[in-house]
Design a protein around this ligand. Structure first.
Ligand code: GDP
Ligand code: MN
Length: 382
């Protein structure tokens, strides 16, 4: 789960990290109210789940109330990388002497968190990593110890090159690591961390990615989920007990078990097709789950065919068949359905499907099913 800038800053501030004073606004009225609480100049910042907002014109400085309203109106009416701006964060502007990058990222390869810092902040850090890797210092954090004081000071000195800033900066590095560990973040980054002309360090932009699998440990953070931008289908699927991830292809896949779902996508790709989604209907699949799954998949107008690939273990294939028959009874299914059912109760399932007289395309193996689905998606008869 991605926290937008405003929510990421709330989390950081709750751990004692210095951030600019800011107020979130969805409408021009809210912008007016926000301005009453802030002192000028202010910065109007589009809150969208993508980076590079500054370059796209989604971050603007304003000296007066009129200017702020005018710029907020423009930003609230724009799209950034195809995403409409639904709200802005209005912050008190800080003067910038220098911009730094500081981030903590979950590093699976090294089975730890890596603290990354760079004196070349503000810009795209991936670009710095590509062109000037020596400008980034990486330190693998011991998750049990956290960042020890002496290391924090050493890294802060490398980063700021100034003992005056080390006193202020080293505890901030420790706080960032602490925050990332405490909230189970996959990424917690501040870009830029800014040094003001008065020599104060302030987080001007922040981004936190939370590990969805650990969210149950943080019910307070669940409330920061951004309903404006999260994929509604994915949330709805989650509530129904389905694991669903939207993809860009045109072959809807309904599968039981995450491993089989992955394999199905691989096989579809192998035969030249593109899956429209990853979907695991889970173990004991009640018919309602199948109905919900198709309901969600069929909302995507790009879907040209649906491929059911069910290996019945705990999942009873007759349950899946029952769900499928129910779907056809209750709604229109505008695309062909290829189905491969094998395992527990498959004789019953096949008989049910046959007796139902539904226009299903039956396959015996996964490869055969995938090939038929790919052919249908390409408009060639299965
Ligand atoms: P991003 O473009 O999505 O990464 O958004 P940022 O919040 O990082 O802003 C982009 C750039 O705008 C920063 O790197 C700063 O140079 C500038 N900026 C943002 N806020 C302020 C501010 O309060 N004062 C000043 N002077 N510049 C700012
Ligand atoms: Mn930034």
């Amino acid at each position: 789960m991605k926290l937008l800038e405003y929510a990421s800053k709330e989390v950081l501030a709750s751990f004692g990290f210095p951030v600019q004073k800011g107020v979130l606004a969805h409408t021009l009225e809210e912008v007016e109210q926000a301005l009453a609480e802030l002192s000028f100049p202010v910065v109007i910042k589009a809150q969208v789940p993508v980076g590079g907002r500054g370059k796209a014109g989604g971050i603007k400085l304003a000296q007066t109330r009129e200017e702020a309203l005018e710029k907020a109106r423009a930003i609230l009416g724009m799209e950034i990388k195809g995403i409409p701006v639904k709200k802005v964060l209005i912050t008190e502007a800080v003067d910038i002497e220098k911009e730094y990058y500081v981030g903590v990222v979950l590093d699976r390869r090294n089975q730890t968190f890596t603290l990354m810092v760079s004196p070349e902040g503000g810009v795209d850090i991936e670009e710095v990593a590509r062109t000037r890797p020596e400008a980034i210092l990486k330190y693998p954090v011991d998750v049990l110890m956290g960042l020890p004081d002496y290391k924090a000071r050493e890294i802060a000195f490398w980063l700021f090159g100034d003992w005056g800033l080390v006193k202020q900066g080293a505890p901030l590095l420790k706080k960032l690591v602490e925050t990332a560990l405490a909230v189970d973040a996959q990424l917690a980054e501040i870009n830029p961390l800014v040094k003001t002309p008065e020599g104060k360090l302030v987080a001007v932009d922040a981004k936190i990615l939370l590990d969805d699998n650990a969210l149950f440990r943080h019910p307070d953070l669940e409330g920061k989920r951004d309903m404006d931008y999260e994929n509604k289908e994915e949330l709805e699927a989650k509530e129904a007990g389905l694991s669903f991830v939207k993809l860009d292809g045109n072959i809807g896949c309904v599968v039981n078990g995450a491993g089989l779902a992955m394999a199905t996508m691989d096989v579809v790709k192998h035969f030249g097709g593109e899956p429209a989604n990853f979907l695991d209907i889970g173990g004991s699949s009640r018919p309602e789950k199948v109905i919900k799954a198709l309901d969600i998949i069929l909302r995507d107008p790009r879907v040209k065919v649906i491929f059911f690939n069910i290996f019945g273990g705990i999942t009873r294939t007759d349950d899946v068949a029952r769900g499928l028959i129910e779907v056809f009874r209750t709604r229109e299914v505008p695309v062909p359905v290829v189905i491969r059912l094998t395992g527990t109760n498959e004789e019953i399932a096949h008989r049910m499907l046959q007796e139902s007289g539904l226009p299903l395309i039956v396959a015996t193996t996964m490869a055969e099913g995938a090939q038929k689905a790919v052919a249908l998606a390409k408009g060639v008869a299965g």
